[in-house]
Design a protein around this ligand. Structure first.
Ligand code: AMP
Length: 282
């Protein structure tokens, strides 16, 4: 296992690997790794000769009142998980190794990133696309794996790759949950035991809605969403959004819609959780 702390070291390693014909797989993360991240590393391991895991709490994707400073970190644990899952390289830069003090260039997707999480987190996806574009230039990956946990992020990244012709195949990894249904997230660490059990309403209401949409189509989707919001509020959640949008364009579904993203963001206490279901429409 190699650990790189600077962009120059990483890029040199990637260039050498590329020139010797290796297939490079990238798994971008913010660390505090769990089984969801591990599943991404496993997928990359199957498809690539060299698996690079980046661990970087990216300041540019956090708003001024968000949890950048208290975001959980545990490098020793992350190192162990990456070793167990056969990663070859960890890239763990300090923020000033990633951004010049006078950096003035952004990569911005301006459509898919404006809805759902983009409404309450207006600079979030600009930070994500910028850091992912930088990581692509530093690691020269053939493939990069992203989780369906962040379904909107995945769509935004795919759009960026398409629009800017990055020679990278984006691979979607299924959302990993606890046995009780709670979507794994580094932010679950902020939840009290009561909040954790209250938050089970998220997966439960998503599953119920999925069943209803699969059997009855999208006719009653507005009512389904209202019922979800009521159930979530009754369980102590504060709804940021619950929405069903066409995965092709993140617009409201039409008669042509083949697949919807039913997505939600909900606060339990001060912790904002996201979860979703991707549903085929008959
Ligand atoms: P993060 O460290 O939260 O920025 O996540 C890094 C990557 O891991 C992103 O592509 C996430 O979508 C993915 N990820 C996080 N949690 C999960 C999960 N529960 N299941 C699948 N992928 C996940």
């Amino acid at each position: 296992m190699e650990i790189f702390k600077t962009a120059a070291e990483l890029q040199k390693f990637a260039l050498d690997a590329k020139r010797s014909g290796k297939i490079i797989g990238l798994v971008p993360t913010m660390g505090y790794l769990h089984a969801g991240h591990a599943s991404l590393i496993d997928i990359a391991r199957k498809k690539a000769d060299i698996v690079i895991v980046s661990i970087f709490v990216n300041p540019t994707q956090f708003g001024p009142t968000e949890d950048l400073d208290k975001y959980p970190r545990d490098f020793e644990h992350d190192l162990e998980l990456c070793t167990q899952h056969g990663a070859d390289v960890i890239y763990a830069p300090a923020p000033d190794a990633m951004y010049e003090a006078d950096a003035s260039t952004w990569v911005e997707e301006v459509k898919l990133s404006k809805v759902l999480c983009g409404v309450s987190r207006p600079i979030h996806f600009r930070g994500v696309t910028t850091v992912v574009a930088k990581l692509f230039n530093l690691t020269l990956p053939d493939i990069a794996v992203f989780g369906e946990k962040d379904a909107q992020q995945l769509l935004v990244i795919k759009r960026m790759v398409r629009d800017l012709n990055f020679p990278v195949e984006i691979i979607a990894a299924p959302l990993v949950r606890q046995n009780d249904g709670l979507a794994l997230s580094s932010r679950n660490r902020y939840l009290s035991e009561t909040e954790k059990s209250n938050a089970l309403v998220l997966s439960q209401s998503l599953y119920a809605a999925r069943g209803a949409i699969e059997s009855h189509g999208l006719e009653g989707v507005d009512l389904i969403i209202e019922a979800m919001k009521e159930k979530i509020t009754a369980a102590g959640g504060r709804v940021d959004y619950v929405e069903a949008l066409d995965t092709a364009n993140l617009e409201p579904p039409t008669a042509e819609t083949k697949e919807v993203l039913l997505a939600l963001a909900v606060f339990f206490g001060t912790t904002r959780l996201i979860d979703n279901q991707i549903i085929q429409v008959k």
